[in-house]
Design a protein around this ligand. Structure first.
Ligand SMILES: NC(=O)c1ccc[n+]([C@@H]2O[C@H](COP(=O)([O-])OP(=O)(O)OC[C@H]3O[C@@H](n4cnc5c(N)ncnc54)[C@H](O)[C@@H]3O)[C@@H](O)[C@H]2O)c1
Length: 285
């Protein structure tokens, strides 16, 4: 199926990144969120990220306005009516995502592919709330979207091969490398990454080392480009906690229990970069 218009639901850090890369790759984009202030901030952040790419010479100045012109914003789900594919990237909460999928199922044409950028929620479960489980799929982008090459493509139990093929093609058009996996808790990326981050939080909680030392050991010693705690701050500690809870509940193994310090930090609103403070602090702007 030919995709020309991509809808993105949720204008947070990931939704804006997906809209940015889709528009840069020539797709028309409709970006929606329940919060119009977030939509305004999202458009401004896409513009400033494009300016950074222009300064680095990876995007042509002449393309800037055309890219921004391809992104429409709205606070109404029904504006996704013309999208051939919609990528949901709203808050990591099953009830919120299920309701969005129900609304998209009613709004969009029967052929429209409904993808989720979820980090941990079952694609099969999201497919089951719609009348088109064959057209529901996981399209898991990495953060920051403009820089990271992987898209993890997740097949729900009923996802059709045609849907997988179209999503792989769209990912390639966006300059990404799609890698497929089945619908299991945490998929591959977060099943491996999040227990490592959780263990790093335990190391801090048990006074094994400071956050700086934990990150330095992993960057210098394991050649990771970023330490696990700086990465947790980038991902959002609320997102990390949601994934650990999903792994714990769905796999039923106590080895996935979230570190109490991670829970406490989320309760305190210390969510990482987006709130200005997590394991490290981030000056405004
Ligand atoms: N942060 C990461 O590193 C990362 C990486 C891969 C995938 N993800 C996934 O991407 C999704 C979004 O994460 P994020 O980090 O961008 O979160 P975020 O908190 O930055 O943004 C979430 C956005 O969803 C919006 N939202 C909430 N309810 C909504 C609704 N009913 N309809 C429309 N919009 C709604 C919020 O207003 C907010 O703008 C999550 O599912 C997360 O697990 C995150």
């Amino acid at each position: 199926m030919e995709v020309r218009t991509i809808g993105v639901v949720g204008a947070g850090q990931m939704g804006c990144g997906i809209a940015h890369v889709a528009a840069l790759s020539g797709f028309d984009v409709i970006l929606t969120d329940i919060d119009t202030e977030i939509l305004d901030r999202g458009r401004a952040s896409i513009a400033s990220n494009l300016d950074r790419q222009i300064r680095r010479g990876t995007v042509d100045t002449a393309d800037r306005d055309a890219v921004l012109g391809r992104i429409r914003t709205s606070n109404r789900v029904k504006d996704h009516v013309d999208s051939e594919m919609v990528v949901e990237s709203a808050k990591e909460q099953l009830d919120i995502k299920a309701e969005i999928f129900r609304q998209l199922d009613v709004t969009c044409r029967k052929t429209t592919i409904l993808a989720s950028n979820t980090s941990s929620i079952s694609i099969t479960r999201l497919g089951a709330v719609t009348g088109r489980p064959g057209g529901v799929i996981g399209m898991h982008f990495m953060n920051p979207v403009p820089m990271m090459r992987l898209v993890e493509v997740i097949r729900g139990l009923d996802t059709s091969p045609e849907t997988v093929e179209t999503v792989n093609e769209v990912a390639r058009t966006m300059g990404k490398t799609p890698v497929e996996c089945a619908d299991h808790p945490g998929f591959v990326s977060n099943r491996l990454l999040m227990p490592m981050i959780n263990e790093a939080v335990f190391a801090v909680a048990e006074n094994v080392a400071t956050p700086q030392a934990v990150d330095e050991i992993m960057t210098l010693g394991m050649n990771h480009p970023m330490g696990p705690l700086a990465l947790a701050d980038l991902i959002g500690l609320d997102n990390c906690l949601s994934v650990m809870r999903a792994l714990q509940t769905e796999l039923g193994d106590p080895k996935y229990r979230p570190c109490p310090l991670l829970i406490q930090m989320v309760d305190a609103g210390r969510l990482g970069r987006k709130s200005g403070r997590g394991f490290f602090t981030y000056p405004k702007g």
